[in-house]
Design a protein around this ligand. Structure first.
Ligand code: KIV
Length: 320
């Protein structure tokens, strides 16, 4: 993040006495516009819970998306369609509590913006109830009326075109969009319509590199690509792809960690320790004064077999 756009340039900054930490300021859509104007590429990651949002925020990720990919990657649904407003609000609240300086975007779920009135109502719930700073919805010209209604209500909005997962039943399967002359023209027109309707950014998902770059050049607002090449104003990745939760990941993703192996080996080591009786050990255990426990149990010092649990565990017939 460039020094000019970062509202929190000194993490441990202090007041005049050097004692009081400077309050952390949250990024706004104006900061995002300034980053883009300054030529800085913008990193966005999806987030679904409090602890991860804290870490992504600490890492300086400026945009967090509480994506409706929640349904697939966290809730175990086949696709995004079953995700409800209540699911989204629940997870968005946790992300907002975890992120202090990132701008948090709430993804409007399937059928939550099918009319301008409904769109404003649900976008408003995201801001008022969950505390996000912006919302995202899918569709270009077909969603322009809803985008306009939301932005006119004072709610910052991010568009999303290319592969739009909520339309999977129309699209048929996950595949690159905009490859034909007609489809490319449609996407270009959709991108312009989103900007004109007042959006502050637009996600381009699974779009050929040259088309994404051409759209990015023609827009003033940043394009945020996922599977759309390096010519976009920024990039977004789904957290679980980025962290390597699964053996498989989409072609456009680059796993920056292998959490699948990390979690598996931690869980296996823990299970082995529990089964061997080596967890918890002295470092993870609290003892009380032996005189107190003797008094409670009516025992004397002579009844104390040892100061620790026998290696084979406590005999089941032992009178405690
Ligand atoms: O829900 C999501 O994760 C998304 C990203 C793929 C942009 O919409």
């Amino acid at each position: 993040m460039s020094a000019t756009a970062n509202p929190n340039p000194t993490p441990s900054a202090s007041g005049p006495s050097g004692q009081i930490p400077a309050p952390v300021r949250r990024l706004t859509v104006s900061d995002i516009a300034r980053l883009h104007f300054d030529g800085q590429r913008i990193a966005m990651i999806t987030a679904y819970d409090y602890p991860v949002a804290r870490l992504l925020d600490e890492a300086g990720i400026p945009l967090l998306l509480v994506g409706d990919s929640l349904g697939r990657v966290i809730l175990g649904y086949e696709n995004e369609i079953p995700v409800s407003m209540e699911d989204m609000l629940h997870h968005a609240k946790a992300v907002v509590r975890g992120a202090r300086s990132a701008l948090v975007v709430g993804d409007m779920p399937f059928l939550s913006y099918s009319t301008p009135e409904l769109a404003v109502h649900n976008a408003g719930r995201f801001l008022a109830e969950a505390g996000v700073q912006a919302v995202k919805l899918e569709g270009g010209r077909r969603s322009a009326r809803m985008i306009e209604a939301i932005t006119r209500a004072g709610i910052p909005l991010m568009g999303h075109i290319g592969l739009t997962p909520q339309a999977i039943n129309q699209i048929g399967k996950v595949r690159v969009q905009g490859k034909t002359r007609e489809a490319a023209r449609e996407l270009l027109a959709d991108a312009v319509a989103i900007q004109e309707a007042g959006a502050f950014a637009v996600v381009l998902e699974l779009v050929p590199e040259q088309l994404a770059a051409a759209i990015s050049e023609r827009l003033q607002i940043p394009t945020i690509g996922i599977g759309a090449g390096a010519g976009c104003g920024g990039q977004v990745q789904v957290l679980t792809d980025l962290l390597g939760y699964e053996e498989w990941h989409p072609r456009h993703a680059r796993p920056y960690a292998n959490l699948r192996e990390t979690i598996l080996s931690a869980a296996r080591a823990y299970r082995a320790d529990v089964e061997a009786g080596t967890f918890p050990g002295p470092a993870e255990t609290v003892r009380m004064d032996d005189d107190v426990i003797d008094a409670v149990l009516g025992h004397s010092v002579l009844d104390r077999p040892s100061r620790s649990i026998p290696a084979g565990g406590i005999p089941l017939d032992r009178d405690l």
